[in-house]
Ligand binder design. Structure first.
Ligand SMILES: NC(=O)c1ccc[n+]([C@@H]2O[C@H](COP(=O)([O-])OP(=O)(O)OC[C@H]3O[C@@H](n4cnc5c(N)ncnc54)[C@H](O)[C@@H]3O)[C@@H](O)[C@H]2O)c1
Length: 327
């Protein structure tokens, strides 16, 4: 049995997923759609499927599931249209760019009972899986220092347009907002300062996140750092123990005073593997085949949007913001 998959958005991420799906014998890519006909045609020729320029065209190919890989603010329409037709969805992050839209998707997923997976690929990146495993084995993160930068808001051009991104926090930053709640638990309060330094939108954030455990973490995010390392880093501190990730390249575990330090280096793995894309796509197809459940759920997508929204609200008001937020 094969599952028929269509991809909506033939840009960078549409191709990343298409490459993984092409290698999976259980998948037939039936169509690739893009609002720019040349993009759709080029990708369709490469992946030997139909080129489409509208949602109706895509749905005419009767996919069992769609990948939504359009710019951030353009996820809602294709996601809801697919769910309404009984089609399962993999959506790139963010789920949506405001809480009301995220709630609309969450409600629709719950109502239809269809599979919806959000593209928080870092949960399958080896460095973060290592951290999660250590926590499962007893490492307790008591505090943390988290950094998620972007080199620029220039490429692709729409990342500088808040009408399409929803704001910088909905870009790469949202990955580590999801990651820190995955590693340390639900966030109950956010206190955030932000400034617009290089771009016309808020592009420098410093926040203190408090978790339901009572522990807290420092979270910073800058949109204009260049791509020099470190742009993505988590330092988790336990009782005389630490886990430190460096990009998705390397993770270091210091289990205790006077003990040997372990390092895993992912340098030689392909980007698609070390960034977690291969595994997230395989697990989505597993779920479509009835061989498992989607590993990152609609509620995770919603909580990450809520956290980004809480950071914006706190930055605007200058006051701590409690979560959950009223949708
Ligand atoms: N998980 C990750 O690591 C990761 C990395 C990069 C981007 N992303 C996310 O993936 C999504 C796509 O980003 P990208 O880097 O591939 O962007 P991109 O600009 O390379 O590709 C987006 C494509 O969507 C097309 N498009 C725009 N509006 C459309 C519409 N209404 N219908 C159909 N197609 C439309 C564009 O023409 C373009 O070809 C974004 O939500 C982004 O946040 C995720």
């Amino acid at each position: 049995m094969t599952v028929k998959i269509a991809i909506i958005g033939a840009g960078h991420m549409g191709r990343v997923h298409a490459q993984n799906l092409r290698r999976d014998d259980r998948v037939q890519i039936v169509a690739i759609g893009d609002i720019v006909p040349a993009n759709a045609e080029k990708a369709a020729a490469e992946y030997q499927c139909a080129a489409c320029t509208s949602l109706d065209d895509i749905f005419a190919h009767k996919p069992d599931a769609v990948y939504v890989t359009t710019p951030n603010a353009l996820h809602l329409e294709p996601v809801i249209a697919a769910l309404d037709r009984g089609i399962h969805v993999f959506s790139e992050k963010p789920m949506a760019t405001d809480l009301r839209e995220a709630r609309q998707i969450l409600d629709e997923v719950e109502r239809t009972g269809l599979i919806y997976q959000i593209g928080f690929n870092r949960r399958f990146a080896l460095v973060y899986k290592f951290a999660k495993d250590r926590i499962a084995q007893g490492f307790v993160p008591l505090s943390a220092n988290v950094k998620m930068n972007r080199g620029e808001l220039l490429n692709p051009p729409w990342v500088g347009n808040t009408a399409l991104t929803g704001g910088f926090l909905y870009e790469s930053t949202i990955h580590l907002l999801d990651m820190i709640r995955w590693l340390m638990g639900e966030v109950v309060e956010v206190y955030c300062r932000a400034e617009a330094n290089v771009y016309k939108e808020l592009d420098d954030f410093s926040a203190i996140l408090t978790f339901d455990s009572g522990h807290h973490a420092v979270f910073s995010s800058c949109a204009h750092s260049t791509w020099a390392f470190p742009f993505e880093r988590i330092e988790l501190y336990g009782e005389h123990a630490a886990i430190v990730t460096e990009e998705m390249e390397k993770v270091t575990y210091s289990p205790g005073l006077g003990q040997q330090i372990l390092t895993h280096d992912c340098f030689q793995l392909s980007a698609a593997e070390k960034w977690g894309y291969v595994e997230e796509d395989r697990l989505f197809v597993d779920a479509l085949m009835g061989e498992g459940f989607p590993p990152v759920k609609a509620l995770d997508g919603y909580r990450a949007v809520e956290l980004a929204e809480a950071m914006y609200r706190s930055a605007k008001s200058g006051k701590p913001v409690r979560l959950p937020l009223e949708a």
